[in-house]
Design a binder for this molecule. Structure first.
Ligand code: N01
Length: 495
């Protein structure tokens, strides 16, 4: 569709978050005036962009999918990227959302107009005014490249795992992989047979446990198709046992050594080389960084044609990567598996609030919001996957659906109370965040002895949800107007 001049609700981003928000709004009111703008040519977000070999979900698919769009067609308990991408496209097509999406349309700026109570939004396809903006731009959408001295001199091929260069053949090449996080563990085993020599640069080892993956057979799929309640029941069971993890991660980290033993046995079984095994043993509590799931990562690192460099890297030259011990590793290609910039989302630089400052200026490197969704000084703005909504144990899709409920409830309140705008009070936001940070004290993410992307430069944790996800679901069920100020709509103003 073409970009309209004005819209009631503008959703920015057509990944899991944007699709959840728009679907819930339209489910509640099929006639709602909702438009999604998407910077790329298709929906899917991170599951469209990340196409590296072996890309898969490390959360069970029965939970990492929409509750309102179950699919009996998944082939594995942990779905692969192409299937998840296909699933999202299918949801969009079946729900009719496709007609409400403006693709190749990037938000470049959005300023709150307090006189008219609208967002003046600038995009790569022109301007649009929106009564309400839902920023569903994702936390893991901007690849992070480390500032390694000399990187600009490298004469070979370089790319990030999130923007995989499929035109480049790695066969017979000497390849360096920088980073050993959730992405690297998935693609390194896939490319090791092709490369002549693979050198993996590790800064911090991670705890790795087996991925209990299996294919879903014909009978199971037929059962789900015929009796959808059976799939719902499986989802419920998985949800329940995943929630149990939080008891250990957030409330009783002392029991974590029990799970740590599983990871230690996994490491002992898969890595025979004593030097590699020692280098791969983390020195922090399991869960402090995202626990990795893989059946072949450690085994791959144990191969003789795979080098593990645990001293870190200091420089990149025209044809090599120099490690911290001064050794030069000659390579043809460098793959950065160095993650994303979740605490500096680009959209935060584009949104300008009531006082003329951007969201990024408000946050000053330490994002915070009320219920991870609304921010004082930014009326009628709803963030999806906002601060302190990330999880280490369950599915972010569950959190996104909770936020979508909150948006739906807010829209209903605007209408019922004939309000032009709502804005969370500074007091409510401050109190909420002091609860968040008190609750995070003592959790494994804050005190587990590691440094991770969960912590900002001040050591604060603006990323993780501190407790059970059902508590987030309950707190976002109804829009709590008592924590907001509202501006009444003018005579004749549409709300
Ligand atoms: O990135 P990461 P990722 N020099 O940030 C290293 C999600 N995800 O793309 O640990 C050297 O986990 C860094 O080292 P260290 C998931 O939420 C989900 O793998 O910081 N190394 C680390 O080893 C995940 O958490 C799925 O010391 C540097 C690596 O790069 C998130 O995406 C699948 C460095 C980055 O690891 C990101 O995962 C895949 C430097 N300067 C990913 N800078 C699902 O299945 C960074 N590193 C849902």
């Amino acid at each position: 569709m073409n970009l309209p001049e004005s819209v009631r609700v503008l959703v920015v981003g057509a990944g899991f978050a944007g699709i959840a928000a728009a679907s819930r709004i339209l489910d509640e009111d099929p006639g709602a005036d909702v438009v999604i703008i998407e910077r790329a040519g298709d929906v899917g977000g991170t599951w469209r962009d990340n196409t590296y070999p072996g890309c898969a979900c490390d959360v069970p698919t029965s939970l990492y999918s929409f509750s309102f769009a179950p699919s009996p067609d998944w082939t594995h308990t942990f779905a692969r990227q192409p299937e998840i991408y296909r699933y999202l496209r299918g949801v969009v097509d079946k729900s009719g959302l496709r007609d409400r999406i403006v693709t190749d349309c990037e938000l470049t700026g959005a300023t709150w107009d307090g006189v008219r109570s609208v967002w003046n939004v600038e995009t790569s396809k022109g301007s649009v005014t929106a009564d309400v903006v839902v920023a569903a731009t994702g936390a893991l959408s901007t690849p992070k490249f480390p500032q390694v001295p000399g990187v600009e001199k490298f004469a070979g091929t370089m790319f990030h795992s999130a923007t995989w260069n499929h035109d480049h053949d790695l066969t017979g090449e000497r390849v360096a992989v920088i980073g050993t996080g959730a992405s690297a563990v998935q693609f390194v085993p896939e490319i090791a047979d092709r490369t002549a020599r693979l050198t993996v640069f590790q800064r911090t080892p991670a705890w790795v446990v087996p991925r209990l993956d299996r294919t879903l057979g014909r009978i199971e799929k037929a059962l789900y198709r015929r009796f959808p309640a059976s799939q719902k029941a499986v989802r419920g069971v998985i949800y329940g046992y995943r929630e149990a993890y939080v008891t250990a991660l957030a409330h009783h980290p002392k029991v974590l050594p029990l799970v740590t033993n599983v990871a230690k046995v996994h490491l002992r079984r898969q890595v025979k080389n004593p030097a590699k095994r020692a280098a791969l043993m983390p020195d922090f509590m399991l869960g402090c960084k995202r626990m990795l799931l893989s059946n072949d990562w450690l085994k791959t690192l144990d191969r003789d044609d795979v080098d593990l460099v645990a001293s870190g890297l200091t420089e990149i030259t025209e044809n090599s990567v120099i490690d911290a011990d001064g050794n030069a590793h000659q390579v043809d290609t460098i793959i950065f598996a160095t993650g994303f910039t979740p605490t500096e989302p680009p959209v935060s630089h584009a949104l300008v609030g009531t006082d003329g400052r951007t969201l990024a200026e408000h946050w000053a490197g330490s994002p915070n919001a009320f219920k991870g969704t609304t921010v004082h000084g930014f009326p009628n703005l709803f963030l999806m996957y906002g601060p302190n909504t990330n999880l280490g144990h369950s599915s972010i899709v569950y959190m996104l659906e909770s936020q979508a409920n909150y948006v739906v409830s807010a829209l209903a309140q605007l209408e019922e109370r004939r309000l032009a705008s709502v804005e969370v009070t500074e007091h409510a936001q401050r109190q909420y965040n002091s609860w968040i940070h008190d609750s995070l004290d003592g959790t494994v993410w804050n005190t587990g002895g590691c440094s991770s992307w969960y912590l900002d430069s001040e050591g604060k944790n603006p990323v993780m949800w501190p407790t059970y996800t059902f508590r987030f679901r309950n707190s976002t069920r109804t829009f709590d107007m008592s924590q907001y100020t509202g501006v009444p709509a003018k005579e004749g103003q549409q709300v």
